[in-house]
Design a protein around this ligand. Structure first.
Ligand SMILES: Cc1cc2nc3c(=O)[nH]c(=O)nc-3n(C[C@H](O)[C@H](O)[C@H](O)COP(=O)(O)OP(=O)(O)OC[C@H]3O[C@@H](n4cnc5c(N)ncnc54)[C@H](O)[C@@H]3O)c2cc1C
Length: 419
C-alpha cells in the first residue's frame, strides 16, 4: 500500500488550522505544531471578540499585495462563498451584518471551537506547546528536518509555514516563521504595523481625547493625497484611531519609515455638499450674529472640537459672531472641513491588528508552494499580503490555508481557478 504523504504545518492559527484540515481531508498524514499551549489564540481577539470572519464584498481592492492577478486566482479557488460552505459543513452558522460575516453566536470562540473539533474529526495530530525554531531540507532523506526549542527533530516530506506575524504580540514574538523562510532564501519585505493607530505631537490632540465622530479622512504624504475614507474617527490621548484611520495606517507606516511628511486632513462634515453647507451657515449666521462665537458653534460639532477650532482661528469664545464677521465665521466653518493633523509615528506592532510586509508573494507559485524550495508552502499573514478591516484578513487566512493544504496534499487547485 502506498504510504500517506506526511506534512507538517507550523502554526495553528486561522490559516494553519485550515491548511491542516484541508490537507488531511485530501488524504495526507498531518501534524500541526503550535507554540502556545492552545491553538488559534488570535482568533479569540478578532472582531472585538465576535470574529468578523469574512465579507460579502470580497475584492482584491481590499488588499495590499504586489501580485493582484495571483490574488484574484486564489480567491476564485476559495472565496467568501467557500468560507460559508467550509464553516457550514463543519457546523458553524453564519450571520451576515451588512455584508460583514460573523458566527451566528457573535462569539469568536464558536469559530475556534468548530475548527478544533474539525481538527480532531479529520485526524490531524495537533501538538501544542512546541515551538519549531529551525527547518532544513535533508536531500538524502528527501525530507525537511524540523527542530523544536528543546532540540528535538522531526522529519516531514512537506512543510507548510503558517506562523502568522508579530501583530498584537509583545516582546518581539512572532518572528520565527520569517527567520525560517529567510534561511530558505526567501526575501522578506519590510514589516510594519498595519491596521493601527496614528500618533501625533500636535498640542491640541490631548484636548480632543475621547471624541468620536463621523468624518471624512484623507491621508497626505509629502503633500499629496494618498487615500481617503469615511467613518468613525476616534481621538485618543496621543493621536487618532478608528476604522478609517486603520484602513490606510500601513501607508502612513511605510511613509514614516522613509522619513516622508505624513498628515491626515479631517472633514467633520463629510456628507454635506459645499453649496448646502454655505447656505446653512449663512442662515445660521444671520439668525445668530448677536450670539458669541462659542454659541454659534453650539449645535454643530462636539464641544471639544469647537474649542480647538476657535483657538486655531484665533477667535475668543465670548466674542460676538457679528464682531468676528461673516468672513471669519465662514473661514472657521470651512476649516472644520480640512482640519490638519501632522502625524509623528504609528503605534508599535503590538498594537496592530495585522502586519504589512512579509514573505515575497512573487516567490510562491499559485499553489502557494515556494518557487525556491520544492515541497515548502506558505499560508496566511506571513506572506506579503494584508487586507483592510472588514473580515478580509481572516478571509485571506482561510483562502491561503485551503490552497496550501490542498496543493501540499498533492491536489492542484489550478483547475479550480475560474477564468
Ligand atoms: C485584535 C485583532 C483583531 C482582529 N480582528 C479581525 C477581524 O475581525 N477580521 C479579520 O479578518 N481579521 C482580524 N484580525 C486579523 C486576523 O486575526 C489575522 O490576520 C489572522 O488571524 C492571521 O492568521 P494566521 O494563521 O496567518 O496567523 P496567526 O493567527 O497569527 O497564527 C499563527 C500561529 O502560529 C503560531 N506560531 C508562530 N510561530 C511558531 C513556531 N515557530 N512554532 C509553532 N507555532 C508557531 C502562533 O502562536 C499562532 O498561533 C485581527 C487581529 C487582531 C490582532
Amino acid at each position: 500500500m502506498k504510504s500517506r504523504l506526511n506534512i507538517a504545518v507550523i502554526g495553528a492559527g486561522a490559516s494553519g488550522m485550515t491548511a491542516a484540515i484541508t490537507a488531511s481531508k485530501y488524504g495526507a498524514d498531518v501534524t500541526l505544531y503550535e507554540k502556545n499551549d492552545r491553538v488559534g489564540k488570535k482568533i479569540l481577539a478578532t472582531g472585538n471578540g465576535k470574529c468578523n470572519l469574512s465579507n460579502m464584498k470580497l475584492s482584491v481592492d481590499q488588499y495590499y499585495c504586489k501580485e493582484k492577478e495571483k490574488l484574484i486566482d486564489l480567491f476564485s479557488v476559495f472565496s467568501t462563498q467557500d468560507t460559508f460552505s467550509f464553516f457550514n459543513s463543519m457546523g458553524l452558522m453564519i450571520k451576515d451584518k451588512n455584508g460583514y460575516l460573523y458566527p451566528y453566536s457573535e462569539q469568536a470562540s464558536s469559530v475556534l471551537d468548530i475548527l478544533r473539533m474539525e481538527l480532531d474529526r479529520s485526524g490531524v495530530r495537533t501538538v501544542t506547546g512546541v515551538k519549531i525554531v529551525d527547518a532544513v531540507y535533508q536531500a538524502q532523506k528527501k525530507s525537511f528536518q524540523l527542530t523544536d526549542m528543546e532540540g528535538k527533530t522531526y522529519f516531514y516530506q512537506k512543510v507548510i509555514i503558517a506562523c502568522g506575524s508579530p501583530a498584537s504580540l509583545k516582546n518581539g514574538e512572532g518572528m520565527t516563521g520569517y527567520e525560517i523562510a529567510r534561511k530558505f532564501g526567501h526575501k522578506i519585505h519590510k514589516l510594519v504595523p498595519g491596521l493601527v493607530q496614528l500618533r501625533s505631537d500636535e498640542k491640541f490632540i490631548k484636548a480632543l481625547s475621547g471624541v468620536r465622530c463621523q468624518a471624512g479622512v484623507q491621508l497626505i504624504i509629502n503633500g499629496e493625497i494618498q487615500a481617503g475614507e469615511i467613518g468613525e474617527v476616534q481621538f485618543t490621548e496621543y493621536g487618532v484611531s478608528g476604522i478609517p484611520i486603520f484602513q490606510f495606517s500601513r501607508l502612513a507606516a511605510y511613509a514614516l519609515e522613509e522619513r516622508k511628511q505624513v498628515s491626515v486632513v479631517i472633514d467633520f462634515f463629510p456628507k454635506k455638499e459645499e453649496k448646502e453647507f454655505l447656505s446653512i451657515n449663512r442662515l445660521r449666521y444671520d439668525s445668530m450674529m448677536d450670539k458669541s462665537v462659542e454659541d454659534y458653534l453650539t449645535g454643530t460639532l462636539n464641544k471639544k472640537i469647537n474649542m480647538v477650532m476657535l483657538k486655531q482661528a484665533g477667535l475668543k469664545p465670548h466674542m460676538k459672531a457679528q464682531e468676528a464677521g461673516w468672513k471669519k465665521i465662514w473661514e472657521l466653518m470651512r476649516k472644520c472641513r480640512s482640519f490638519v493633523i501632522h502625524i509623528s509615528s504609528v503605534n508599535p506592532i503590538e498594537n496592530a491588528q495585522v502586519c504589512a510586509g512579509g514573505v515575497d508573494f512573487k516567490q510562491v507559485d499559485d499553489g502557494l508552494q515556494s518557487k525556491l524550495v520544492k515541497n515548502l508552502y506558505f499560508a496566511g499573514e506571513i506572506l506579503d499580503v494584508d487586507g483592510k478591516c472588514g473580515g478580509y484578513n481572516l478571509q485571506w487566512a482561510w483562502t491561503s490555508g485551503y490552497v496550501a493544504g490542498m496543493n501540499a496534499a498533492g491536489f492542484s487547485t489550478k483547475e479550480k481557478v475560474k477564468g
